[in-house]
Write a protein that binds this ligand. Structure first.
Ligand SMILES: *[C@@H]1O[C@H](CO)[C@@H](O)[C@H](O)[C@H]1NC(C)=O
Ligand SMILES: *[C@@H]1O[C@H](CO)[C@@H](O)[C@H](O)[C@H]1NC(C)=O
Ligand SMILES: *[C@@H]1O[C@H](CO)[C@@H](O)[C@H](O)[C@H]1NC(C)=O
Ligand SMILES: *[C@@H]1O[C@H](CO)[C@@H](O)[C@H](O)[C@H]1NC(C)=O
Ligand SMILES: *[C@@H]1O[C@H](CO)[C@@H](O)[C@H](O)[C@H]1NC(C)=O
Length: 307
């Protein structure tokens, strides 16, 4: 026997009605472009100032793309594994994952209108030896200067785990992508004055994860360490990575631009009000590196940190 009923007959019988939303719009001209898209005016590309020459622009765009690649994979790793990931627990302890996911996602998809990268030297800081760049802080909070040194030293993400690099034993600014992640977090459009420096060094990062995990998910260095470690393990050298060990942290000097970590006492001011360039800092004797004041800024706790 025949079970099918002609569609027209069903309609005619009023067996069902089309939902209102798909009914033809009798009283409109039907041109959806008459209405501005919800995100009209969005800035989708990172802004690079005219002061950057052609090769600087090319390198900056690649470095920023690397930053996005790192952040995007970090987010994907957390979404896939949550706190069942050993990597997650190593860097973020028992913290809920939403804050880390959000801090990475803002790098991936956040509006880029309020963050400008420039290549001139408006504050004179690039004249100082070893300076790779700096956030302009109170002079222009939405701007970051990338000095010439960066273009000759920062490595591409393709070299992750090569040339002796390890996550524990090398500086986070070895790669342009992670360096720019750090610099993006200084700008309020990406860090919201909430991603700051709390932990000191790699061992300090692991300790913060264990003892004070709600700070780990908005610590600039820990976000970088996590992103580098999971990209290394999942993508660059699958199943192996190049985590390194905490022991090598103290002695290793992998980066071309050395980094001094110094502590200056006291000063309880929030880091958002104090920026590079630094108050004079003393030599980073602790890890045996240069005394040159570099890209320094003040931690939430008042310590001066140079990278
Ligand atoms: C992992 O997350 C679950 C919730 O998804 C939570 O119940 C558990 O305590 C967390 N475990 C650790 C070690 O953080
Ligand atoms: C801001 O500009 C002044 C004058 O050019 C300079 O001395 C100072 O170091 C700059 N501050 C920062 C954070 O770069
Ligand atoms: C752009 O500037 C860099 C310094 O950051 C310089 O080394 C490079 O030669 C310049 N590129 C061109 C094409 O002039
Ligand atoms: C800087 O960015 C913030 C948003 O992050 C915005 O509210 C502010 O207007 C910007 N300031 C300037 C001077 O562009
Ligand atoms: C967690 O870290 C923050 C930032 O360094 C610090 O202010 C706070 O006292 C720490 N809390 C604990 C319980 O250690």
């Amino acid at each position: 026997m025949r079970c099918s009923v002609p569609i027209a007959a069903v309609f005619a019988a009023g067996a069902f009605a089309l939902p209102a939303r798909v009914q033809p719009r009798a009283d409109s001209d039907g041109h959806s472009h008459d209405t501005a898209p919800w995100d009209e005016g969005a800035t989708k590309d990172f802004l690079i100032h005219d002061s950057c020459n052609a090769t600087e622009v090319t390198q900056l765009r690649k470095g920023l793309a690397d930053a996005v690649t790192l952040a995007d994979h970090a987010k994907q790793h957390i979404l896939r594994f949550g706190n069942s990931s050993e990597h997650y627990r190593k860097y973020f302890g028992d913290a809920p994952s939403a804050e880390a996911i959000g801090n990475f996602e803002r790098i991936v998809s956040g509006d880029r209108a309020n963050a400008l990268f420039r290549c001139d030297n408006p504050d004179g800081n690039c004249n100082q030896p070893e300076w790779g760049g700096h956030w302009r802080g109170s002079n222009a909070t939405n701007e970051t200067v990338i000095c010439p040194l960066s273009y000759s030293t920062r490595r591409p993400l393709e070299q992750l785990c090569a040339l002796g690099y390890t996550v524990a034993g090398s500086e986070t600014n070895t790669y342009f992508g992670s360096d720019l992640l750090h610099r993006l977090y200084h700008m309020p459009a990406f860090g919201e004055d909430h991603v700051e420096h709390f932990a000191e060094g790699y061992a300090g990062a692991l300790e913060l994860a264990e003892t004070n995990s709600s700070y780990a998910t908005h610590d600039s260095d820990i976000l970088q360490y996590f992103a580098l470690d999971v990209y290394a393990y999942d993508i660059a050298v699958p199943g192996i990575g190049c985590a390194g060990t905490v022991d090598e942290t103290a002695s290793s000097m992998e980066t071309p631009t050395s980094s001094a970590s110094t502590t200056s006492t006291s000063a309880q001011s929030p880091s958002s009000s104090v920026t590079e360039p630094p108050t004079p800092v003393t030599a980073g004797a602790a890890n045996g590196v240069t005394s040159a004041p570099q890209d320094c800024h003040t931690h939430a706790g008042g310590d001066v940190h140079c990278v």
